[in-house]
Design a protein around this ligand. Structure first.
Ligand SMILES: Cc1ncc(COP(=O)(O)O)c(C=O)c1O
Length: 383
């Protein structure tokens, strides 16, 4: 583009945006296959559903293509009605968005003002950090507990007069750990009415079977918003639909800010059909449970220090950034893509999403190939 003189971005772009590190997406599978001359790629890096979407969702979305000349229903009547029936809530308590991350972005736009404090833990969902840093507010983080869980005591101790948002990912990504009912009750005793708690339950479906997991539907707080998504257990990450539950006063204000036609027409249709297909959800959870136990056993047996997880991924502690990079590269050479956690400030860890049986076998075979070499060199690369 022609321009007179220099682009004075320092004047145009606020410093907190200039300082933001752009998100580094992993290498696309097709690019990796081309580069390394591989025919088989197993991407177990983004906590997606290895069984794919429900076939009913595919059918509904395909049929919906004929209506693409029309705007979607801006009130998403059908999807909200289905969610309100499922969770016994009023439609006024439901917000929808472009993924749960889209709703998080709208929460920042609706509630956060300069000078506000945003409180969460270290080593949590990277998308939240990007939103917090990009809002120009003050981000305060507390360390995880020794067993890699949100430390509610430390979080409670950091609640101040200016605290506007407290973010809890439950289960947490990338550790897969969760806070218990007792811990949630403890934290809520310290939360003042001027602070909004975001309870991010993106992996809720995988965790709900845990007896002491605090299902947010069992609570009614005026300043808690629960976020859930169709991206994980429902296998619809590509169409971007998330939903949130909160007091109607919060939802009403969020609705003023959100883009009127999100989620889009295809996304609304896909989500409705997915909700009806409970056998697909059951199959997904069953596959996840089986893969989890197999993977945990394998990782433990090979001394790879897996963190106990209630989600659809397991994070391992390699001991050093070099060790993580070495395993990551060696797996990549064999067509297996896992997730390094440098961006989460966990360079000495790696996250492995639980894939299909076939993808996990590819991972085990590749690990078995590299483990003898790893055993020999690990002390060198750890130092
Ligand atoms: C904890 C957590 N929250 C939110 C999201 C974003 O989900 P969505 O696809 O609904 O935006 C993710 C995605 O990885 C996540 O791990």
């Amino acid at each position: 583009m022609n321009s007179k003189g220099h682009f004075k971005h320092a004047e145009l772009v606020p410093p907190y945006i200039q300082n933001l590190k752009p998100y580094q997406a992993g290498k696309p599978a097709t690019e990796l296959a081309r580069e390394k001359g591989l025919t088989k790629i197993s991407k177990i890096a983004s906590n997606e559903n290895p069984l794919g979407p429900s076939p009913y969702a595919i059918k509904a979305m395909t049929q919906g293509l004929w209506d693409l000349h029309q705007y979607p229903d801006m009130h998403a009547y059908q999807l909200k009605t289905m969610l309100s029936d499922l969770y016994k809530l009023k439609r006024e308590n439901i917000i929808l968005g472009n993924g749960s991350e889209g709703i998080m972005a709208n929460i920042f736009r609706t509630f956060v003002r300069p000078g506000d404090e945003i409180l969460t833990s270290e080593k949590t969902f990277i998308g939240f950090f990007v939103l917090a840093r990009g809002s120009g507010s003050k981000l305060i983080t507390t360390p995880l507990t020794e067993d890699f869980r949100f430390d509610v005591k430390k979080i409670a101790a950091q609640i101040h007069q200016n605290t506007k948002i407290i973010y809890i990912a439950n289960p947490n990504n990338p550790t897969g750990t969760y806070i218990t009912k007792e811990e949630f009750d403890y934290l809520m005793k310290f939360v003042p009415s001027h602070a909004l708690v975001i309870l991010d339950e993106a992996y809720f479906e995988f965790a709900q079977g845990q007896e002491d997991y605090p299902d947010s539907m069992d609570y009614r707080y005026d300043n808690v918003i629960t976020l859930r998504t169709f991206s994980k257990a429902y296998g619809l990450a590509g169409i971007r639909v998330g939903y949130g539950f909160a007091h109607e006063g919060l939802i009403e204000n969020l609705t003023k800010i959100k883009l009127p036609f999100e989620p889009n027409l295809i996304a609304q249709l896909g989500a409705c059909a997915a909700l009806k297909d409970s056998p697909h959800l059951k199959k997904t959870l069953k596959n996840n449970e089986k893969r989890y136990h197999e993977a945990f056993r394998f990782l433990k047996k090979n001394n790879l220090k897996p963190i106990k997880s209630v989600a659809n991924f397991i994070t391992i502690q390699t001991g050093s950034e070099q060790a993580s990079n070495w395993i990551f590269e060696m797996l990549l050479n064999r067509g297996v893509i896992v997730r390094p956690l440098i961006a989460n400030e966990m360079p000495d860890f790696l996250r492995i999403s639980l894939g299909s049986k076939d993808e996990m076998n590819h991972f085990y075979e590749s690990m078995n190939e590299i483990l003898p070499e790893y055993e020999k060199i690990k002390n060198q690369i750890k130092s």
